[in-house]
Design a protein around this ligand. Structure first.
Ligand code: ZN
Ligand code: ZN
Length: 320
């Protein structure tokens, strides 16, 4: 079988290897579609902190069951790419998304840019009629759903989403499904236009919000968000950057504000998102702006970050 390996920043190599062996309790799966994530782009560019090469990227996956004791051959599935230990205090609380020993498939371990993978059954979710495009977007949609769930966002609540990259867009979508009243802060005019056209949300019109959600992962943006929190409000950080952040303590205190992070997603978020897709409450089509053939992955990654390509979400088609 073939696999694309990121051997070092800026280099993808198409390699030939054996189809993986399937241990007991694992299923053999064939990759149908791979969503490209910011993490993949950063890893390829060489600016993902603590990233080790060589690495097979790809964790947003639609797959077909080839051989399994639990699933039916031929059925489409997706995976939860957060390998967890089941014994740390986070796992014991059911918070496998922030396991102390987490290994993210395609980040800390080799991921899905290959023809076949063998995966432990407990990370596999049956697709139940979803298309491979939909299944490839379940993971980033679940990250957004998790952030919105962390904030217990209610109908009518005033929410500011900062950043309209894929996770920001999906966060807007998920908060809208909760009935929130959303504004977006996004400096890029093309992304802002996308929000207006496809999500009917526009630029921030108020000075403060009950809930502020960061999906920029940008230090300056994150620090500016503290001043946008209304008294009694909350700030949820979905985006991540690597520096310390600071805020004015008396300003934070007088608001009695709540600050929380939101990391990855749990199985509850995945099944929630899959139900929304199944009942057609989410249409993924506007978000998929580019498709790569399997054979062109190496070449396409060279230009994927160029802003003029305005890629919202790109999907790699699995090898035919
Ligand atoms: Zn991702
Ligand atoms: Zn754990």
């Amino acid at each position: 079988m073939q696999q694309w390996t990121c051997t070092q920043p800026g280099i993808f190599e198409l390699q030939e290897t054996e189809i993986p062996h399937r241990p007991h309790g694992f299923s053999l799966l064939r990759i149908k579609a791979i969503g490209i994530c910011g993490t993949d782009i950063h890893a390829f560019a060489g600016n993902q902190p603590f990233f080790q090469y060589p690495r097979i990227l790809g964790h947003e996956l639609a797959l077909e069951v080839v051989e399994s004791d639990r699933f039916t051959a031929g059925e489409l599935v997706t995976i939860i790419p957060y390998f967890n230990c089941q014994t740390c205090s986070a796992c014991v609380q059911g918070k496998t998304n922030c396991c102390e020993n987490i290994q993210v498939f395609g980040v800390h371990t080799d991921g899905g840019m290959r023809e076949y993978i063998a995966l432990e059954d407990r990370y596999i979710l049956t697709g139940n009629g979803l298309t491979s495009d939909e299944l490839a977007l379940v993971e980033p949609l679940s990250i957004a759903a998790h952030g919105v769930r962390r904030g217990k966002i209610q109908a009518g609540e005033k929410v500011l989403v900062m950043g309209a990259g894929p996770i920001g867009l999906f966060t807007i979508l998920m908060a809208k499904i909760q009935g929130a009243n959303i504004d977006v802060a996004e400096p890029n005019p093309a992304r802002l236009a996308f929000c207006e056209e496809n999500l009917s949300v526009s630029s921030a019109s108020q000075t403060t919000y009950q809930t502020v959600i960061d999906a920029t992962g940008n230090k300056a943006a994150i620090e500016s968000g503290f001043a946008k929190i209304a008294h009694g409000g909350q700030y949820i950080l979905i985006g991540l950057q690597k520096e310390a952040i600071s805020f004015i303590h008396p300003e934070f205190h007088k608001r009695e504000a709540t600050l929380m992070s939101s990391r990855n997603a749990t199985i509850a978020d995945f099944t929630y998102v899959m139900d929304l897709l199944r009942t057609q409450q989410i249409d993924v089509n506007p978000f998929i702006r580019h498709r790569f053939d399997w054979s062109t992955v190496g070449a396409e990654f060279q230009s994927i970050h160029e802003p003029e390509r305005k890629i919202i979400k790109a999907i790699i088609q699995g090898k035919k």
